[in-house]
Ligand binder design. Structure first.
Ligand SMILES: *Cc1c(COP(=O)(O)O)cnc(C)c1O
Length: 488
């Protein structure tokens, strides 16, 4: 399996790349995103056999389709060490942590079964652990092959940064420099990151807002000499290995929703609380591989750039002032960075057309595909969408608590709200549960007038000692700090 860029490099300006050679990178050299030259297919026999596998075994099978240049036994070892009941232990009472992503049936609605696929049982209680934990082990393996080192630089407003830190802590050859806005994250999120005492994790609290932190990361990334000298890399949501890791749980969720090990194939729909389009992009890839997914339902919050596109064919990037701070903050995006991968498929995998449209986005802030042949493929790919607001979130959290005695987080609530509008009789609907309610206690209190449940071990989180460095909103000071602490 080789990789090309959505904007053409690899086809026109170089050879297609192997999985290992794009693993540590972000964007392709032409500014595009990597995709396989074609989607690997699963046969009916494989689908039947994969039903019987543990999560780790399934992950190794899926990965082998995409990472043929890494020996199968290495992949099996990496996934076995990644997807353990110990790492994904934060399950609901009565659930088996060995399932890694347990399926929680809610009830029958609209003549079909509505369920949650719990993806947030990892160390940071959000679904980003599913991919990031594997990335930690893949990176460590790849760096050891060449005796190399990597300094991961990132900016976070909460979820991504903590998932990256918990995935990379203690990893050989890797250090993490994570910028966060000083005093702007929730007490839970702050404690989650800053309580890490591992010597390879550096939390830098920037005196500014999230955009300031992100601007510093961009400025450092644009200094190519510095980047090369200090082996700076990133782990953002466009990383291809992260997307592949997320393909696995669509298979797992599909098997669970169709009767488990002794079940039979039929169609299943998925609803995905979406921001940067990484998660649902993995669903699209699973469907393109031949997994019988009927619909992929994109759920957005008030930041509805994706919902607008799927309803109208118009893609319009939002300005900062038009980007809302909502109670499902991990979906607060102005543009969806992984959308380009889907766009490439919509445009019939035409890299020139993709590059042209993205240039148009830079020039004019968007494009309009309404009425085009490309937009007609949206339905062919099974995509529909919907939008949810703060009021919807509160009502859905209340309703699910009352009807099913289950407390869901704000992002998952956006998913359930939109899923209910897309139910079809007889087609099981699986909503991806992307975070645990404990992370978003303020909104849970507003909805239910009580504290959300906290998994064991998190009771004292906010009172643990914290380790971080406060830095001014100044690129040069951050660069100097990193230079001093890379050990290079
Ligand atoms: C990151 C995140 C999302 C959005 O996922 P994308 O892959 O960016 O679409 C949704 N919910 C939670 C809790 C998240 O952390």
């Amino acid at each position: 399996m080789k990789y090309i860029s959505t904007r053409g490099a690899g086809l026109t300006s170089g050879e297609p790349q192997s999985f290992s050679s794009i693993l540590l990178g972000g964007l392709a050299p032409d500014g595009g995103l990597y995709l396989p030259t074609e989607y690997p297919q699963v046969t009916a026999d494989e689908l039947r056999a994969w039903r019987q596998l543990s999560y780790a075994e399934l992950a190794a099978k899926v990965l082998a389709k995409f990472a043929g240049d890494i020996p199968a036994e290495i992949l099996a070892d990496l996934t076995k060490r990644t997807y353990t009941a110990e790492v994904y232990r934060n399950v609901r009472p009565g659930e088996d942590a060995a399932d890694i992503t347990p399926l929680l049936p809610l009830g029958v609605e609209g003549d079909t079964q509505l369920s949650l696929l719990a993806l947030s049982n990892g160390p940071t209680l959000a679904f980003k652990d599913m991919a990031m934990q594997l990335l930690g082990n893949l990176f460590e393996y790849a760096l050891a092959q060449h005796g190399d080192a990597l300094n991961i630089l990132g900016a976070t407003s909460g979820d991504t940064g903590s998932a990256a830190e918990y995935a990379m802590r203690g990893k050989e050859g890797i250090r993490v420099f994570m910028l966060s806005p000083a005093g702007k994250m929730s007490a839970f999120q702050t404690a989650q990151m800053y309580s890490l005492q591992d010597p390879n994790i550096f939390n830098l609290a920037v005196e500014g807002v999230f955009d300031d932190a992100q601007d510093i990361v961009k400025a450092v990334s644009n200094d190519h000499a510095y980047k090369a000298r200090y082996k700076i890399g990133t782990v953002n949501s466009i990383n291809w290995a992260r997307v592949v890791a997320q393909v696995v749980y669509y298979f797992k969720g599909y098997f669970a929703a169709t009767g488990g090990k002794s079940g039979q194939d039929g169609e299943v729909s998925f609803t995905v609380p979406s921001g940067n389009f990484g998660n649902v992009c993995a669903g699209h890839i699973a469907r393109m591989m031949g997994l019988p997914i009927r619909k992929l339902v994109v759920a957005t919050n008030e930041n509805d750039v994706l919902d607008e596109f799927f309803r109208t064919g118009r893609y319009r990037v939002r300005k900062s002032a038009e980007t809302f701070h909502t109670s499902s903050p991990s979906m607060d995006i102005s543009k969806a960075s992984n959308f380009e991968r889907f766009l490439f498929d919509l445009l019939g995998r035409d890299a020139t057309a993709t590059a042209d449209l993205l240039k148009k986005v830079e020039r004019e802030g968007g494009f309009d595909l309404s009425g085009s042949e490309a937009f007609a493929r949206v339905a062919k790919f099974g995509f529909v969408s919907g939008r949810s607001t703060h009021a919807d979130r509160l009502a859905t959290i209340q309703d699910v608590a009352k009807r099913y005695d289950v407390v869901i987080d704000t992002h998952t609530a956006d998913g359930v709200k939109v899923a209910r509008e897309a139910l079809e009789p007889g087609v099981p609907m699986v909503v991806l549960e992307t975070a645990q309610p404990a992370k978003f206690a303020e909104t849970i209190r507003e909805a239910l007038h009580r504290e959300p449940p906290r998994p064991a071990g998190f009771e004292q989180l906010e009172s643990l000692p914290q380790r971080f460095e406060t830095v001014p909103n100044d690129v040069e000071r951050v660069k100097a700090y990193i230079a001093e602490h890379t050990g290079l």
